[in-house]
Design a protein around this ligand. Sequence first.
Ligand code: ACO
Length: 323
Amino acid sequence: QLRSVVRGIGSALPARVVTNEELAKTVDTSDEWITQRTGIRQRYIADKTETTSSLALAAARKALADAGMDASEIDLIIVGTSTPDNTFPSSATQVQDGLGIRHGAAFDLQAVCSGFVFALATADKFLTSGSHKRALVIGAEVFSRILNWEDRTTCVLFGDGAGALVLEAQEQDGAVTDRGILTTHLRSDGRHREKLYVDGGPGSTGTVGHLRMEGKEVFRHAVGMITDVIEDAYAATGMTSDDLDWFVPHQANKRIIDASAQKLGIAPEKVVLTVDRHGNTSAASIPLALAVAYEDGRIKGGDVVLLEAMGGGFTWGSALLRW
Ligand code: ACO
């Protein structure tokens, strides 16, 4: 059976770090409020030259170097993003061009904070069907460009960045001891539009618009929704929280992550937490967190890793893989 095996990982962050103290100089907030409610201490904010496609390209180059692979070997690029440089062409085709690739397919996928899990699941279907051999799956965002910097209830929460994985289709045994993606589960429910949305767009106001959120409502749904797709992952593989080496959730808020891990019976030392330094980078948060835990030596070959995300739409999903 074909499995999508992780061959390489890379990430990219803007140069500028913005601390909570710095934000408190321009909006009515404090380091204490932000840290206590969210666990965020700082975030990276893109300058004019740093865009979703430039961050995605930088992350992709690092992932290819980590894989020891030439760009010409890639035949599929999927970028999960809600903040593309332009309405079209896609960020993925910009990455493809930046890498000098002239074959295969490249497209963006929009599922907001679940974008990386949705992109990973999609790439997995392409690779395990045998239609494509090697994929770059990227989460990349510049949420700083859709924030109202005068709205303290949203502007303190988000940051910019990108992370990329190189996946390769490899023949495996078809057992849960295989390396690669073991199972993915995606869900959506469009009724919740008003709880988290951007109040602009080419088809409505003709402007880019700003992110709007009912924070408490999103929080409540986030903790509740995450568990069903994780139970699906456990049911599909026969695994439980005890079998996990690492839990790498979407990094929106430390309180959501702690509550989810506790509900699932996942030990705190297995949880990879990067929201303190990256803020919520939407579709980029999971590959950025994976890159941190891989580079500091926590995630090693053979480890069982559970990914989970929830975001606007609502959309939510899980992916269980063996690194
Ligand atoms: N600094 C200081 N005070 C603030 C700030 C701020 N940045 N933001 C809000 N406040 C004030 C509010 O105005 C309110 O004041 P009031 O009581 O005088 O009206 C008070 O703090 C409490 O506000 P709440 O909204 O009730 O605070 P809450 O404890 O719910 O925390 C938060 C807000 C952090 C947004 C929380 O609801 C949350 O984390 N929600 C999840 C949202 C999220 O992470 N979304 C990310 C996108 S979706 C995803 O990625 C899953």
